[in-house]
Design a protein around this ligand. Structure first.
Ligand SMILES: Nc1ncnc2c1ncn2[C@@H]1O[C@H](COP(=O)(O)OP(=O)(O)OP(=O)(O)O)[C@@H](O)[C@H]1O
Length: 289
């Protein structure tokens, strides 16, 4: 069952276009959203929440139409954006009173417990909190109103490594205890390697893949060898990059390459960053002929 379904979302925004986006967020799982700067991750998230009106397409969130039932949905969704959206002159303590009115299922005790755990001063005005502390405040809010869906847009980019690890632990624990769904956009792909169940890659406004992470890593390998092999085996190589020493590429046929070329090819596991690099190269080569 899906917590979010996006069908045929198409939107022109000047020079940028979200192109026929189709994707689903499976209920009870963590989906990672990856893509280069400007590929459309934040735009897609904003459109899913209909913060901007879409040109074409249908979106369903928690079985509701977000255009018609936005208020209800915002109660059921925990949002964390990289940018700061709080009233600057309020402290988290004062903010708590507003949140208590806004969220039907607000838990002040949970909120203050998270602030303490995250070492965020509840009495300090938001404007005096550091960038990372504001993100922590945002995370504390998202986790304190029984959200069924967490949408985290680059939450970890301003966080120190220790807290990043703690956040990943918190999210994994939440997934074990409760039936929630998480969409997590990030450039720190090692975070997704750790916690994501599914990975969606977006490039220049279009979804390049939407796959089970384990299947993704089981299906593809990195292959290295000399340039003649790259020329012979081009059909099974993805995003081939050559230099004076030889070639590097991604392949779905590591076994066949090993059988054909034996010691002449080196097969290795891929990181998600390498995967993005090869897929992007392949797309460029295809587009540019
Ligand atoms: N209101 C707007 N009008 C026109 N173009 C826009 C608007 N908002 C964003 N864009 C463009 O849409 C593209 C996608 O931007 P978006 O912020 O979604 O990328 P992103 O993948 O989240 O990038 P990053 O990783 O840098 O945060 C960019 O080229 C941006 O300039």
């Amino acid at each position: 069952m899906d917590a979010v379904t996006v069908k045929g979302l198409d939107k022109y925004m000047g020079r940028f276009r979200l192109k026929d986006i189709n994707l689903s967020l499976r209920k009870g799982y963590i989906t990672g959203l990856i893509g280069e700067n400007g590929s459309g991750k934040s735009t897609l998230i904003h459109h899913m929440l209909t913060l901007k009106k879409q040109d074409e397409g249908r979106i369903s969130i928690l079985d509701k139409d977000p255009e018609l039932e936005r208020e209800e949905l915002l109660n059921r969704i925990g949002l964390v954006f990289a940018e700061d959206r709080f009233p600057q002159n309020l402290s988290p303590k004062k903010l708590n009173r507003l949140l208590n009115i806004y969220y039907i299922n607000w838990h002040a005790d949970t909120f203050f417990a998270y602030l303490e755990r995250f070492n965020v001063d509840a009495t300090s005005k938001v404007k005096f909190l550091s960038t990372g502390e504001k993100v922590k405040l945002s995370i504390a809010i998202a986790l304190s109103h029984e959200a069924e869906l967490l949408i985290l847009d680059e939450p970890t980019s301003n966080l120190d490594p220790t807290f990043r690890m703690e956040l990943l632990d918190i999210l994994q624990t939440l997934m074990m205890d409760e039936d929630i769904t998480i969409l997590f956009s990030t450039h720190i792909t090692t975070d997704l390697e750790k916690i994501a169940d599914y990975v969606v890659m977006i490039d220049d406004g279009e979804v390049l893949f939407d796959m089970d992470k384990d299947v993704l890593f089981e299906s593809y390998r990195k292959v290295k060898g000399d340039r003649q092999i790259a020329a012979d085996a081009g059909g099974v190589l993805i995003g081939t990059a050559t230099n004076a020493l030889g070639f590097e590429a991604m392949t779905k046929e590591p076994q066949a390459l090993k059988e054909l070329y034996g010691e002449k090819v080196l097969i290795e596991d891929l990181t998600m960053d390498e995967m993005m690099y090869f897929i992007k190269r392949e797309k460029g080569e295809t587009i540019n002929g």
